[in-house]
Ligand binder design. Structure first.
Ligand code: ATP
Length: 259
């Protein structure tokens, strides 16, 4: 019998998923994405992205590996050093970690910007409302008055005083084309993606190969711990981070890790 048969995939409330269930995080993630689709926050394609992520997480052992923790610490240092940090929110991010993204924005004084692959005014509004319900005061992405160069019209839309002007951007679960286009704009990109072979983490200055559910609270914890660090200390953390090693270690773990 698989674990999936021990808990209905169709629980009404996430409280019904027992925390000691061996696949608790996976069931919770799936449940939040389903609710996101029902609420009009998450596009149906987000379910496929979730399925891919879930497979990689299984192979990683569903834990934050040490190289991901280092990446999360480097991400916190980058965000604390940034002049204009922005956290990008898509439908899966909003469904999975709305409150956690608000907390991270608070800890590093960043803006939150809704940025969708399948952009409709209804979804943008639904996500902005959802973030406000989770404590966000200001949500960007509604103006969409600037364009990322070298991307088709819909996917290029960003706020002129948000992602367009940002120096450091956190782009979780991002599409490869947009991650590349942001990199070409010279932004420091922090990508959270469970697939180390995906284009987005491969163009990122800081690839975090971890489940967003674990990654975001851990970046926040590092940021809080580093809140009093001086610039030299933060720079040293940023400079000593080895992105190639982070990608290689995660790939090795996925290919050869013991389950
Ligand atoms: P590319 O970046 O090359 O376009 P893709 O088409 O596989 O790759 P998308 O569907 O655009 O990627 O984005 C989904 C990505 O997000 C996948 O790489 C998937 O592994 C990752 N992902 C899905 N759920 C999570 C999660 N909970 N935490 C972290 N990453 C996740």
């Amino acid at each position: 019998m698989t674990d999936y048969e021990t808990v209905s995939a169709d629980v009404d409330d996430e409280e019904e998923i027992p925390e000691d269930h061996p696949r608790y995080q996976d069931l919770l993630t799936r449940h939040r994405i389903e609710r996101g689709v029902e609420k009009g926050i998450t596009h149906l394609q987000g379910m496929h992205a979730e399925g891919r992520g879930s497979a990689f997480d299984y192979l990683l052992g569903e834990e934050t590996i040490p190289s991901a923790d280092e990446a999360e610490r480097a991400a916190a240092a980058h965000l604390l050093l940034a002049e204009r940090p922005v956290l990008s929110i898509n439908g899966n991010v909003a469904a999975l970690v709305p409150g956690e993204m608000v907390e991270l924005a608070d800890a590093v004084d960043a803006d939150l910007e809704v940025n969708l692959f399948n952009r409709t005014p209804e979804r943008i509004e639904a996500i902005a409302d959802h973030l406000r319900e989770h404590g966000a005061e200001e949500v960007k992405g509604l103006e969409a008055d600037a364009r990322i160069p070298n991307l088709d019209h819909q996917r290029a839309k960003v706020d002129a005083d948000g992602i367009y002007a940002a120096d450091v951007v956190v782009v979780p679960l991002e599409d490869g084309d947009r991650a590349e286009a942001l990199e070409e704009m010279g932004k420091t990109e922090i990508v959270i993606d469970l697939n180390p072979l995906s284009r987005s983490p491969r163009v990122a200055e800081v690839p975090i190969v971890d489940n967003i559910i674990r990654a975001v609270p851990n970046v926040t914890a590092h940021a809080r711990e580093l809140a009093d660090a001086d610039e030299a200390e933060l720079r040293a953390i940023v400079d000593s981070f080895d992105r190639e090693n982070a990608l290689r270690t995660a790939e090795e773990r996925i290919r050869s890790g013991e389950l």
